[in-house]
Design a binder for this molecule. Structure first.
Ligand SMILES: [Zn+2]
Length: 593
């Protein structure tokens, strides 16, 4: 009996938490949460209880009877934070900790009014994956310990709060000018799915079980963009079984949100860069929705098994896409994913252990090794299994898998054992060990092709020979096709070629960030001065890491653009999320002078 997650002080010989009761007061002036968490244990217990904490100040710890509990803070460890060791008296059923978060808590981003759409009110949002929940709540911060929770959140009365939970009412707050939002989350979640956002929020109903939240100036556009969510949920239920979380609500965040989306249950968090104005980027929504099954219902035991969350979700996302828009559209998704996978393989090197699906991350911060490998390599592994056993058998398997492991957190090895049990001989046939435990891409990786895709790839490859798309071809492309074409162009072009592209494809004015950023990445790598203003504008506004990484990397190729990148980062970094700031700083550190 011992520690079983390299990213947590959780010890499986100690009592387990089964429920949290949170009372939080959101202090925008000090940028802290002041509060109390009551951790209810699975059964009355005594002795040592080790919790994760990072940056937290613990004021007092008491049992359910009010008895003081001795506690001791361990040394600060860079990745894990500090072990908080409690000495529970015998018969402790629940333990209550009064605490305050740090202003630099990595789970919390505090936005000034200027960083919001409305410019009048501050905004707070959390991002707990992978191991940031401990900066918000002292807890057993490992996916192995699932909890349900109740929360009371006191905020200024001009603002509203949402959580990854069901709303349970609003009442006047304990002090003038405040009100308290109540939440109840009945389904057990891993701590990284705790989520809170506070701001000037409005909402629109999209279906009887779905609503979108956003700042008032954004909510109408969001409601239009995501209007088809109900048909997506219905398709997903047809593929993976019943939706188990009652409601599927969404929150569109201010532009500094570092990810495309975060699958917080009952309240998916989304970047505003999805609001393309033409519903062309809803594949991210399909991805976050799919997490309701893969990731949230069946969860990786630790960050070393992250591919179970993300590989299965990318596979599911493309199945939803195929069900909604046909196989050719799904193939475009796989192709765009391949481009991202190639980039990650190049960044790490194909021999890097970080390109294994099952990783070993003792002493490694999961945020530092985040990449598309668990997503795209994982999805390709599952597709290989699907192609090997046939779609009908694989669909049955995935539904059995969801039903067998619902509301639990499992390892790669448990998944493989279950695959061998349900589809005997399959793991040997697909050489699963090679996929899971060895780096790089196996030679039998599934290939995704269609005649339309082949034509696009050839057209891009023929750029150097002077071949250009005709106006008719350009007009016929949907946004994914346009993106695939751009991805097949050389990474560095001369100014005349950049002029041609921008004028014929109207790239700089695009509202679709996938296309816009692909174009600006080419322009940055080409030292193309007419695009510098637009590059600056995008990097000053958006904090999504998916866009920051290629743009800042491409800006590193030329002396003039390196200077531009440093100037922009100096101005933009205070508005970036801490995760994004670290990624960009890492890229700039690798620039040659
Ligand atoms: Zn995901």
């Amino acid at each position: 009996m011992s520690r079983v997650d390299p990213h947590s002080y959780y010890d499986d010989s100690q009592p387990r938490t089964r429920r949290w009761q949170l009372e939080l007061r959101v202090d925008f002036a000090k940028q802290v949460l002041d509060g109390r968490v009551t951790l209810e244990l699975e059964q009355p217990s005594g002795g040592v209880l080790d919790l994760d904490s990072k940056g937290l100040t613990i004021h007092e710890v008491r049992t359910q009877n009010g008895a003081a509990v001795p506690f001791e803070m361990g040394e600060e460890a860079e990745i894990l934070g500090r072990r908080l060791r409690l000495q529970l008296p015998a018969g402790t059923a629940a333990v209550s900790l009064k605490y305050t978060t740090a202003p630099d808590a990595t789970a919390l981003q505090w936005l000034s009014p200027a960083q919001t759409d409305g410019k009048r009110h501050p905004f707070l949002f959390s991002q707990c994956q992978a191991i940031h929940a401990r900066t918000m709540v002292p807890c057993q911060d490992t996916p192995l310990v699932r909890v349900n929770y109740r929360a009371e959140v006191t905020i200024p009365e001009t603002l509203a709060a949402v959580m990854s939970a069901g709303p349970a009412g609003v009442r006047p707050g304990p002090t003038p000018g405040t009100h308290t939002f109540l939440f109840e989350m009945p389904q057990p979640i891993p701590p990284y799915l705790l989520a809170l956002a506070v701001g000037d929020l409005d909402s629109r109903d999209l279906s009887p079980r779905s609503r979108v939240w956003a700042e008032p100036g954004v909510v109408s556009a969001a409601a239009w963009e995501f209007a088809e969510i109900e048909s997506m949920i219905v398709k997903a239920e047809g593929l993976f079984g019943p939706y188990e979380w009652e409601r599927y609500d969404m929150l569109v965040l201010p532009p500094s949100f570092p990810y495309g989306g975060m699958e917080n249950p009952r309240m998916t968090f989304l970047t505003p860069t999805l609001l393309a104005g033409d519903r062309s980027l809803v594949d991210v929504l399909a991805h976050e929705l799919a997490h309701s099954w893969t990731g949230n219902l069946v969860t990786n035991a630790t960050a070393e098994h992250f591919w179970l969350n993300e590989g299965a979700t990318v596979w599911a996302e493309r199945r939803i896409r195929e069900a909604l828009h046909g196989v050719d559209d799904a193939i475009l998704g796989w192709t765009i994913g391949q481009n991202a996978l190639d980039e990650s393989m190049k960044r790490f090197g194909v021999d890097s252990p970080l390109t294994k699906l099952r990783t070993e991350l003792t002493g490694v911060d999961p945020d530092d090794v985040f990449s598309t490998v668990p997503y795209e390599k994982g999805a390709r592994f599952l597709t290989l299994v699907e192609r090997t056993v046939g779609r009908a058998a694989f669909d049955r398997f995935m539904r059995d898998y969801m039903a067998r492991y619902r509301f639990t957190s499992i390892t790669t090895e448990e998944f493989i054992d279950f695959l061998d049990e349900k589809l005997p001989g399959t793991t040997a046939k697909v050489n699963a060990k090679r996929w899971l435990y060895e780096p790089g891409m196996p030679p039998d990786a599934p290939v995704f092709r269609s005649p339309a895709l082949d034509a696009l790839v050839q057209l891009g490859a023929a750029w150097g020979k002077g071949t250009r798309p005709t106006p008719e071809q350009i007009k016929s492309w949907n946004p994914s096709e346009m993106l695939v074409y751009l991805q097949n162009l050389p990474r560095e072009l001369d100014a005349a070629a950049c002029d041609w592209l921008d004028s014929k494809l109207a790239l700089s004015g695009r509202g679709n960030y996938e296309i816009l950023v692909e174009w600006l990445t080419i322009a940055a790598g080409s030292d193309y001065e007419p695009a510098f203003a637009r590059i600056r504008e995008v990097l000053m506004r958006v904090g999504r890491m998916k866009y920051l990484r290629p743009l800042y990397m491409a800006l590193g190729k030329h002396e003039r653009t390196r200077k531009l990148a440093r100037d922009i980062f100096a101005a933009a970094s205070p508005t970036y999320h801490s995760l994004s700031r670290r990624v960009v700083q890492g890229i700039l550190d690798k620039y040659t002078a």
